[in-house]
Design a protein around this ligand. Structure first.
Ligand code: NAD
Length: 362
């Protein structure tokens, strides 16, 4: 049976990098005998222009049908003056997360050895291998959504309130995603909390500890978030999988991303129980859109995550990731990675190089 994939290229460089991801999936399909059925739909600014809404009904239908959603990027100067709730990112991504209960956000932060010099960290901290961290962030709960929330009047004063709430089942399901991910990788998990001052985080720590009993092969540590933020810079190589709630995960995943030094390389996955959404971390890059120079590797690596997490095709996922490393090792660079050495290539060439290597039997 074919794997059903919704293809939502979006705006700016979205369609350019999506084409290359599909090129690479074509090579995967031929090499591994996998069958993909694609349906393309509009999302973001382009959908506002054509259909009056960033996430139109026909796009919802395509996403409902699919098992996995490949998402390019949305937004751009053309739509920046719309009211906030109609802005492409808010009107497309948030409803997508909500509709499919995408509660687990997975963001790898990897410094590939050929790109070590892009990291702002010193080489003695990075070593020869760089680092490979996966941040698993809870995406639908915690302080961003807890009630009560608002600015209230109290005795003539204004009071701003946000509430940190986690139910045990919410912590359990995100912890299972993180432990499962750790089992596929280095089998080490750092759970981040602030259990010394936040009661909800005492529960967080308790539940993570209970779930850990089902994963005796995974080495678990609990770190306070302030310490984790420091350790990430002091010694990123000590981390394998990082598990965090919504707000701490938001901050730490961006910190880890910055340590890689290249936004065009960062993929992400948002997983629910029945569906996954895969998108690069970068936006629609209007400053370079239409020039054919965008780095397609974040989108290609997002497609690799789809193979791994939605379709359980681990070998195919690794093959794509190894193809990316091999192209970088041979010195090919898009403009964002180019530092005067190696071979400068455009979007399509980079995609073709990765696809060629995926196709080649090794
Ligand atoms: P951006 O990520 O689009 O771009 C930041 C900088 O990085 C730009 O200089 C850009 O040229 C460069 N860049 C990004 N991706 C690149 C790639 N693949 N290859 C080479 N260079 C790359 O962030 P921004 O400029 O803050 O936002 C632009 C638009 O994208 C805004 O409308 C914003 O709302 C939207 N956005 C969308 C998403 C999303 O769809 N998930 C995420 C972030 C921003």
């Amino acid at each position: 049976m074919a794997y059903k994939v919704a293809v939502l290229p979006g705006d700016g460089i979205g369609p350019e990098v999506m084409d290359e991801a599909l090129k690479v999936l074509g090579a995967v399909s031929r090499r591994f005998g996998l069958d993909f059925e694609y349906r393309e739909a509009m999302v973001g600014g382009v959908a506002i222009d054509e259909r009056g809404h960033a996430f139109p009904d026909e796009t919802k239908e395509v996403c409902d049908w699919s098992q996995a959603i490949l998402f390019g990027a949305v937004g751009g100067p053309k739509w920046e003056d719309l009211p906030p709730e109609e802005q492409p990112e808010r009107a497309a991504l948030l409803p997508l997360r909500k509709r499919y209960e995408l509660y687990a956000n997975l963001r790898p932060a990897v410094v590939f050895p050929p790109l070590i010099s892009s990291s702002p960290l010193k080489e003695e901290i990075l070593g020869k291998e760089g680092f490979d961290i996966l941040v698993v962030r809870e995406l639908t709960g915690g302080i961003y959504f807890g009630q009560p929330k608002g600015i209230f009047q109290e005795d003539g004063l204004r009071k701003g309130v946000d509430t940190l709430v986690y139910y045990d089942w919410e912590v359990e399901r995100i912890a299972r995603v993180a432990f499962d991910a750790a089992m596929r990788r280095g089998r080490r998990l750092a759970s981040i909390d602030k259990a010394n001052v936040l009661t909800a985080m005492v529960l967080w720590r308790d539940v993570v500890r209970e779930v850990a009993k089902d994963y005796p092969q995974v080495e678990l540590e609990h770190l306070l978030v302030d310490n984790a933020a420091m350790q990430l810079i002091r010694d990123p190589r000590r981390f394998d999988v990082i598990l965090a709630g919504n707000m701490f995960g938001d901050i730490l995943s961006d910190e880890a991303a910055m340590l890689t030094g290249s936004i065009g390389m960062l993929p992400s996955a948002s997983l629910g129980d029945d569906k996954g959404l895969y998108e690069p971390v970068h936006g629609s890059a209007p400053d370079i859109a239409g020039q054919g120079v965008a780095n397609p590797l974040a989108m290609i690596l997002s497609a690799a995550m789809m193979l791994r997490y939605s379709f359980n095709e681990e070998e195919a996922a690794r093959t794509v990731e190894e193809a990316v490393v091999s192209v970088l090792e041979d010195g090919y660079r898009t403009g964002d990675l180019y530092r005067g050495e190696g071979k400068l290539v455009k979007t399509k060439e980079m995609g073709a190089l990765v696809a060629e290597r995926v196709a080649a039997e090794r």
